[in-house]
Write a protein of this length. Structure first.
Length: 184
């Protein structure tokens, strides 16, 4: 898909404005909880990167099972660790699907989408009383909180992709005709 230089600059500008500040605030308010467990977090990151290198292509879009590992990482180490690991793994996804030079805008766009999804689901988990202080068994409270996390993750994904499609696909007048006639 070819998009205008103005839209590319807008994507990079939004990323430069939101991501660094958001990441700093996340680390400030929700610091990672992996002191003494650095090898564990590296193992999770390695697993996420391996899974990222094995995308399933559905309708020419890469789909991975990284989200399951991301959830486990969030539950064990917290929001900051999950955001960093997710950002690293999505770069592996983009490397595996060989983005073209004209598609470099996908890096900040996907980074923002993954950041927003992780942040919103983590905040929902915490706002409903979630913590990372559970043992080897999960009680009903944690299961409900995990379901809230997953629901918010799914809804946020759908919303961010819809917004992305609206601004970068539907507004393209040639594509609007194709979409309205069901040819896209």
């Amino acid at each position: 898909m070819v998009i205008s230089k103005r839209k590319i600059w807008t994507i990079w500008g939004l990323w430069a404005l939101v991501f660094p500040i958001g990441l700093w605030l996340t680390f400030h308010y929700f610091p990672p909880q992996f002191i003494g467990m650095e090898w564990h977090i590296l193992a999770f990151l390695a697993l996420m990167c391996i899974l990222s290198m094995l995308p399933i292509m559905i309708n020419k879009e890469p789909v991975t099972v990284v989200q399951g590992v991301s959830l486990a990482l969030f539950l064990e180490f917290g929001l900051s660790a999950e955001i960093i690991a997710t950002q690293i793994s999505f770069i592996f996804i983009l490397l595996m699907v060989h983005i073209r030079r004209t598609e470099v805008y996908r890096i900040p766009l996907n980074s923002l989408i993954f950041f927003i999804m992780s942040l919103m689901s983590g905040l929902a988990y915490y706002s409903f009383g979630g913590d990372h202080q559970f043992g080897s068994t999960l009680d009903g409270k944690h299961i409900v909180l995990i379901m809230v996390y997953q629901l918010v993750y799914f809804v946020t994904n759908s919303i961010t992709l819809s917004i992305s499609d609206y601004f970068y696909i539907i507004r393209n007048s040639r594509l609007r005709m194709k979409v309205s006639y069901g040819m896209a």
